[in-house]
Design a binder for this molecule. Structure first.
Ligand code: NAP
Length: 303
């Protein structure tokens, strides 16, 4: 299937372009980006122009930041294209619901991707936890925004979500592996005095679930989730790439593909079956944190 990539920036070049190049299902046939290009691929700077000029491209993958993404998604759906959305699927829950309604009405596929859910050990963690009683779950998610989003001021503008941009990856794993849903009861959000979104967050959910996110962390990343159960402790490390159960490292299934190749396999299946996959539960927790969170002002953040 021919596909167009929209928003050729960091994640498009790091992950989407190589995953598409390696896939037997997909041919990267066009890009839409004001400055970004992929060598050897037809480049448009305007979405409407691409949708009009290339009716043979039936699928569009949107790699823009969340705030500008809605208008592009709506235009693609209105033009009868199947749409794949980078995480988070939108800047608000309302716009995600609106896209799902539009996709259903247009009869096209829509996929809210959560790349961290495709990490090597996440399915195995979910399977192990399915028949356990969870006493406690704690997320420890710390990384350096300067390394992962160098100079990307949109992260700190309204709708950019701040530390929830990486934190939502942890929440996407949490909502996949927990046997029963939880909801947020309180939060503390640390806003740099010169920015519109938080750089750190402490979250408390029902049923012993908690999280700490920090985006101003120096040194090696912590992307860990520890789950205490009636059968002992399961820990996911490195964003779900590794799993330890009661002190024993667990091996990953043989031949497992990377996160983005797995997402593109799922998109190929959705298009083949006409499916819509819009699980918004990670975004719902983020929205709750912004609604319930206590605001703490911390020193200014500069790159
Ligand atoms: P980015 O490089 O800052 O932005 C991607 C591209 O979107 C830009 O190169 C730009 O291309 C276009 N764009 C930016 N603002 C725009 C606007 N206002 N209107 C139209 N186009 C705009 O961001 P990114 O790091 O790739 O992140 C994009 C999405 O991927 C985010 O939702 C993020 O959460 C997700 N993601 C990022 C990473 C990561 O490691 N960075 C990892 C996983 C997922 P043009 O200027 O050429 O139009």
């Amino acid at each position: 299937m021919k596909i167009a990539l929209v928003g050729v920036g960091k994640i498009a070049l790091d992950q989407h372009v190589p995953s598409l190049a390696a896939s037997p299902d997909w041919e990267l046939a066009a890009t839409v980006s004001r400055q970004g290009r992929v060598s050897g691929v037809e480049a448009f700077t305007d979405m409407t122009e691409m949708l009009t000029a290339r009716p043979d491209i039936r699928v569009v993958s949107l790699c823009l930041p969340p705030v500008p993404r809605f208008a592009y998604a709506r235009a693609a759906i209105a033009a009868g294209r199947h749409v794949m959305l980078e995480k988070p699927p939108g800047a608000t829950l309302s716009e995600c619901h609106a896209l799902a309604d539009l996709a259903r009405a247009a009869g096209v596929s829509l996929f809210a991707t959560w790349h961290s859910r495709e990490a090597a050990m996440v399915d195995a963690a979910r399977a192990w936890l399915a028949d356990k009683t969870v006493h406690k779950l704690h997320i420890n998610w710390r990384e350096d925004v300067r390394k992962w989003h160098p100079g990307q001021d949109w992260c700190f503008e309204p709708g950019g979500m701040g530390v929830f941009d990486p934190g939502i990856n942890a929440l996407s794993i949490m909502t996949k592996i927990l046997p029963a849903p939880v909801h947020l009861v309180c939060a503390k959000l640390s806003f740099p005095e010169n920015r519109q979104t938080p750089i750190a967050a402490e979250l408390t959910f029902t049923d012993g679930v908690s999280a700490y996110f920090n985006w101003d962390h120096q040194g090696p990343e912590f992307w860990d989730i520890e789950v205490q159960t009636d059968a002992g402790t399961l820990t996911l490390h490195e964003g779900g790439a590794r799993m330890v159960i009661n002190g024993a490292e667990q091996g990953a299934a043989a031949g497992l593909q990377g996160e983005y190749p797995r997402l593109y396999n799922e998109m190929a299946e959705l298009v083949a079956t006409g499916g819509i996959d819009m699980d918004l539960s990670p975004l719902r927790h983020v929205a709750d944190a912004f609604m319930l969170g206590e605001r703490v002002t911390v020193p200014p953040f500069d790159w």
